[in-house]
Design a protein around this ligand. Structure first.
Ligand code: GNR
Ligand code: NI
Length: 489
């Protein structure tokens, strides 16, 4: 924020009302300013305040009912006023750009204009100045000058389109994981640009375990968005910063922390969460993993209002998705992130139009999806093959489903159920068949699994057939679970 806008914030001038098309005053030609005096300086200050509060980059007298030749501009380089401006020269070269106008909310138009103009005007002290403007400054000066002539961008536009209502919402986004990254990316593609992106502080990540930004932070910085990574959400300075943004909506997606009530109370319209299950099934931090582990064949996403109780708020909308037998955490996570983004954008449109429904969750059918505990990363071969397989799906590719082959840590990445009678016998964890082109079969508490992909100790993930190419494995060898406390092996 620049100095001038700060002055306008402390000034006690009231903002003015912005006239909206088709108000006839927007079609009149403005009269020259007669005197540059204190009254005019106060008017300039009020116009600046009006422009800043409306998030505009320019404002002309007629837009606030002042039929005088005067406008203010701030394209982020400070406030500049133009009194009795004249356009002395305009370039032959034209550029087409999308324009909006505070007097025509909800529409924008593709307007060709000279790319450069030479302008003269008086400043607030009545002193004459000249500017050679290009880029956005040239654009805005011409747009404002048009207002003084009673001309609107609609008159010059090659095309006029509606601005999607959701892109006009003031949004603060809270998110951390890749799921949240996908949601944010889709929001940005649809021009729903958060005023602020809140994420978790940098943490040791990846192989090197050096502190690294979250996927959401990286994306936000790429798009030059403001980012906050507070360690404490209750921190008064953070809550004040949020309030100052006057958001309509708070969106959370896989943020990884519960928002305190005083944060939930900040947005004017709603605080909503993108949750990766069909609530009330799988409330909690690990809905995708728990759905896979349970062998669910359908799941989906829910957009809900946040409440004090975790994932228990009223539902705005849900979208279903099948869980395919070959889905694992990686594939399902991606599908649900896309579906969640789609559902969120639909919900934001409804919120923007004031049409978002609110449906309390069913009291029946509540299940909980607590985060994975480290000991759950071990494969328990004594369970039925179907359950072992689902467990592995839920842990693949991250953090990986572990077992021990002797003292070596293996991660099992992909399996197929052995057909009835295809392999027989064996204690749970015992390798009961080896087929170099397919993989190897492991006995479970009931039935057996063909391991078709794995990540052996210190190596990358590979097909079991490739592994067997260079590694002897004999029926009778055993896979086991780690002893409790071995999680960090
Ligand atoms: O805020 C505004 N944005 C803008 C974007 C592209 C081209 C011109 C403008 S000016 C506009 C404010 C306004 O309506 N000024 O008259
Ligand atoms: Ni305008």
């Amino acid at each position: 924020m620049n100095d001038v806008s700060d002055i306008s914030q402390v000034s006690n001038e009231e903002p003015l009302e912005i006239l909206k098309h088709p108000d006839p005053r927007l079609r009149e030609r403005a009269k020259p300013v007669r005197r540059v005096n204190r009254n005019l300086r106060r008017l300039i200050e009020r116009m600046a305040k009006t422009m800043y509060e409306a998030d505009g980059i320019g404002l002309a007298g007629p837009q606030v009912g002042v039929m005088e030749r005067l406008f203010v501009v701030d394209i982020g380089e400070g406030l500049k006023e133009f009194i009795n401006p004249e356009i002395l020269e305009a370039s032959e070269e034209q550029v087409e750009l999308w324009e909006g106008c505070l007097s025509i909310p909800g529409l924008r138009g593709l307007v060709p204009r000279p790319s450069r103009v030479r302008v003269t005007a008086l400043d607030r002290h009545g002193r004459r100045f000249w500017v050679d403007a290009d880029g956005w400054l040239a654009r805005v000066i011409q747009h404002e000058y048009d207002h003084l002539e009673g001309v609107l961008f609609l008159d010059r536009a090659l095309r006029v389109v509606e601005v999607p209502p959701e892109s006009r919402l003031r949004v603060v986004f809270f998110g951390t994981s890749p799921f949240a990254g996908t949601v944010l990316e889709r929001m940005l593609e649809r021009e729903v640009t958060p005023l602020l992106v809140v994420t978790q502080p940098d943490r040791p990540r990846g192989r090197g375990q050096a502190p690294a930004p979250t996927p959401v932070k990286r994306l936000a910085l790429e798009h030059e968005l403001d980012v906050a990574a507070p360690t404490r959400l209750r921190d008064a300075a953070f809550v004040e910063r949020l309030k100052a943004l006057e958001p309509d909506v708070i969106v959370t997606a896989a943020y990884g922390r519960i928002l305190p009530e005083d944060v939930l109370a900040v947005p004017k319209r709603a605080a909503v969460n993108v949750h990766a299950s069909l609530l009330p099934r799988w409330r909690g931090a690990a809905p995708i993993q728990r759905a896979l582990m349970a062998g669910d064949e359908r799941t989906g996403v829910t957009i809900l209002h946040m409440s004090a109780e975790l994932d228990a708020g009223d539902i705005i909308l849900q979208k279903e998705a099948p869980i395919e037998p070959d889905d694992d955490f990686g594939s399902l996570h991606e599908k649900l992130a896309e579906l969640g983004a789609e559902a969120l954008l639909e919900a934001l449109r409804l919120i923007a139009k004031g049409e978002a429904p609110r449906r309390p969750q069913d009291a029946e059918g509540v299940t909980l999806a607590p985060p994975l505990r480290p000991e759950e990363e071990w494969i328990d071969w004594t369970r039925p093959a179907v359950e072992v397989r689902n467990h592995i799906r839920a842990l693949t590719p991250w953090p990986g489903a572990r077992c021990l082959h002797g003292a070596e840590l293996w991660k099992i990445a992909r399996t197929e159920l052995a057909a009835a009678g295809e392999v027989r016998g064996g204690e749970p964890g015992e390798i009961v068949a080896v087929r170099p082109e397919r993989g190897f079969a492991v006995a479970c508490g009931q039935g057996a699994l063909w391991v078709t992909e794995l990540q052996p100790a210190g190596r990358r993930r590979m097909r079991a057939s490739d592994f067997l190419n260079g590694h002897r494995l004999e029926p009778g060898e055993r896979l086991s679970s780690g002893a409790p406390g071995d999680e960090d092996a």
